[in-house]
Design a protein. Structure first.
Length: 310
């Protein structure tokens, strides 16, 4: 794992690309971290870099790891990294951390929990703040997953904040989604079954040495009999090989990849449109609408002009 240095100004759109090429040859995590910083900060050269790198993507398996707080997702992620590294697979981890409601800064706890991998050049760990975005997915996560894919990582593991139903956004980004649950949830299965349970490609019952693991497995099987269930005790690496095998056997089909890109393109379009409106314009429009000096539809029409076919 590396500590991300401040982004250096790009002298040209191809400067980050040359830095990435060097990182692939020398496994320089610092170079990769600088490119990631440029992408996350939306610097002018970031878009050109991503366009240039896109033909080199599509090889990595993108895995989403989600679930409620306290499920042990970070411990499970660390155990999976250890397993994959033992099988000579390079792993990138995008740990999406909660943003502090007071400072706007990320807690970045995942980085602390994964310190055991900090000296491994085959592991890249990037903590990202949600920046208030619903669904727990940082705005640049999709682009960073493409960066890591192009950099030659075999697995891109996205661990999200555990906030319940908002986590369904992970299914629109990952090729394989693992929902991590723990025994003792009780009636909460019914409460969340319309949320994160429905996005699972695999259920991982972590801390399965606790009482209630069998009952939880039965409840999950009754809700979704087609979804594989793997029991783990991440702190002791129990069940990790079975979980890794289940993940690797669920590579997305062509129809799933098309569906994923359909959602991604919609998100990219919305982000692009939103970027055209600065905060001053938005504030002015909000005041006008709130005071009934104007209607919201006029502003939307002005911001998103649509040419009618002749």
């Amino acid at each position: 794992m590396s500590t991300e240095p401040p982004a250096s100004p790009a002298s040209s759109p191809t400067a980050p690309s040359r830095a990435l090429a060097a990182s692939k040859a020398t496994e320089s995590l610092r170079s990769l971290a600088r490119a990631a910083t440029q992408i996350e900060n939306r610097t002018p050269g970031a878009r050109a870099l991503l366009k240039e790198l896109f033909p080199q993507t599509g090889r990595a398996l993108v895995v989403g790891l989600t679930g409620p707080p306290g499920a042990g997702k970070s411990t499970l992620a660390a155990a999976l990294i250890t397993h994959w590294r033992a099988h000579d697979k390079r792993v990138a981890v995008l740990a999406v951390d909660p943003t502090s409601p007071f400072t706007g800064g990320a807690i970045l706890g995942d980085r602390i929990r994964m310190m055991q991998h900090h000296a491994d050049p085959g592991v890249f760990i990037r903590s990202m703040a949600t920046r208030g975005r619903l669904g727990g997915i940082a705005a640049a996560t999709s682009d960073l997953s493409l960066l890591c894919d192009a950099a030659g990582y075999d697995i891109v593991l996205i661990e999200t904040v555990g906030v319940g139903q908002d986590e369904i956004d992970i299914a629109r980004l990952a090729g394989v989604t693992v929902v991590v649950l723990v025994p003792g949830m009780g009636d909460s299965i019914q409460a969340i079954k319309s949320g994160i349970l429905e996005v699972a490609d695999i259920y991982a019952i972590n801390k399965s040495d606790r009482d209630g693991a069998t009952q939880l497995e039965q409840e999950l099987h009754s809700e979704a009999p087609h979804v594989p269930i793997v029991r783990t005790v991440a702190s002791d690496s129990q069940g990790i090989p079975a979980l890794a095998a289940a993940i690797e056997s669920h590579r997305p089909t062509e129809s799933r990849r098309i569906s994923l890109w359909r959602h991604r393109l919609r998100e990219m379009l919305l982000d692009q449109l939103a970027a055209r409106i600065d905060e001053v314009q938005l504030q002015s429009a909000a005041e006008a609408v709130a005071l009934h000096h104007a209607d919201p539809y006029t502003f939307i029409d002005e911001w998103t002009p649509i040419e009618k076919p002749s």
